[in-house]
Ligand binder design. Structure first.
Ligand code: A3P
Length: 278
């Protein structure tokens, strides 16, 4: 409601939108490194000492902060990099109309999202409460009881938006990024209005960005191993929790055949006719 009533987007704003546990941390690093590549060298890059979530703040989490002066959006220099989990349907027209800002949406196979989310939320759960079982987490996920609403509605909102206004919404898949990071990062540069020149390509700048933001690199940095991320007064999370395995298909380790069949069936039905497949 605050975003709808008060947030004033700038045409230069870049939003990263995602359903939680879809690869937000990775994309934050990649967009930050791409947009700021002429400002920072790779040897002393801010991402080596600052967590991706500090370089690229969440609009929705910071709004929980009572003291708004700590997060004064009007003072952010352009282009503002802001991350959201808010579903597309809830965004104000000022953000979705054709003239305004751009969105990069990252999605991921719901089976991996579910597993990643279940393990992540159990790590954040107060120690005096029992962990949530996989069966319970699975049931809630299938029923669409998730932060920011049902997974499929979230993905479809941005997917349909990207078909209507492809110049405004870039729809990416975690699995494609894993398979062809160089291709996707070049697309990202073009879309954001920061295309890589031939000279940059021949100097290996795209490779440097991919390496800097890789799971192997980020997850072993001191800042991401020991520091914590303060999203708001009440939401403080250890950075290390944002880096688990970073693999495609880790759901195979956890989900039963019945779970896989049910989830795949829901996904098939929900996405039927949309042109989107996982
Ligand atoms: P897993 O739990 O499957 O390992 P989010 O950033 O949206 O919270 O998503 C977290 C997921 O992205 C976790 O998945 C995490 O390990 C993975 N991840 C974090 N950084 C990554 C990176 N640089 N490359 C690939 N995956 C990454």
């Amino acid at each position: 409601m605050w975003v709808q009533d008060h947030f004033k987007p700038r045409p230069t704003d870049i939003f990263l939108a995602s359903f939680p546990k879809s690869g937000t941390t990775w994309l934050k690093a990649l967009i930050f490194a791409t947009v700021n590549r002429t400002r920072y060298g790779f040897a002393d890059h801010p991402l080596l000492t600052t967590g991706p979530h500090d370089c690229f703040p969440f609009l929705d989490a910071h709004l929980q902060e009572k003291d708004r002066s700590r997060f004064d959006l009007d003072r952010f220099p352009s282009p503002r990099l802001l991350s959201i989990h808010i579903p597309y349907i809830l965004l104000p027209n000022s953000m979705t109309d054709h003239q305004s800002c751009r969105f990069v949406y990252i999605c991921r196979d719901p089976k991996d999202v579910l597993v990643s989310k279940w393990l992540f939320l159990n790590k954040l759960r107060p120690k005096d409460l029992p962990p949530i079982s996989l069966e319970e987490a699975f049931e809630l996920f299938c029923q669409g009881i998730s932060h920011y609403g049902p997974f499929w509605d979230h993905v479809l909102g941005y997917w349909e938006g990207s078909l209507e206004t492809p110049e405004k919404i870039l729809f990416l898949k975690y699995e494609d990024l894993k398979k062809e990071p160089l291709v996707v990062v070049k697309r990202l540069g073009d879309f954001l209005g920061y295309p890589f020149s031939l000279e940059e390509e021949s100097k290996g700048v795209v490779e440097e960005i991919v390496k800097l933001c890789s799971f192997e690199n980020l997850s072993t940095l001191e800042v991401n191993k020991v520091s914590e991320q303060k999203f708001s007064k009440d939401t403080i999370i250890d950075n290390r929790h944002f880096f688990r395995k970073g693999k495609v298909g880790d759901w195979k380790t956890y989900l039963t055949t019945e779970m896989v069949e049910r989830l795949d069936e829901i996904t098939y039905e929900k996405l039927l006719g949309s042109g989107l497949v996982f």
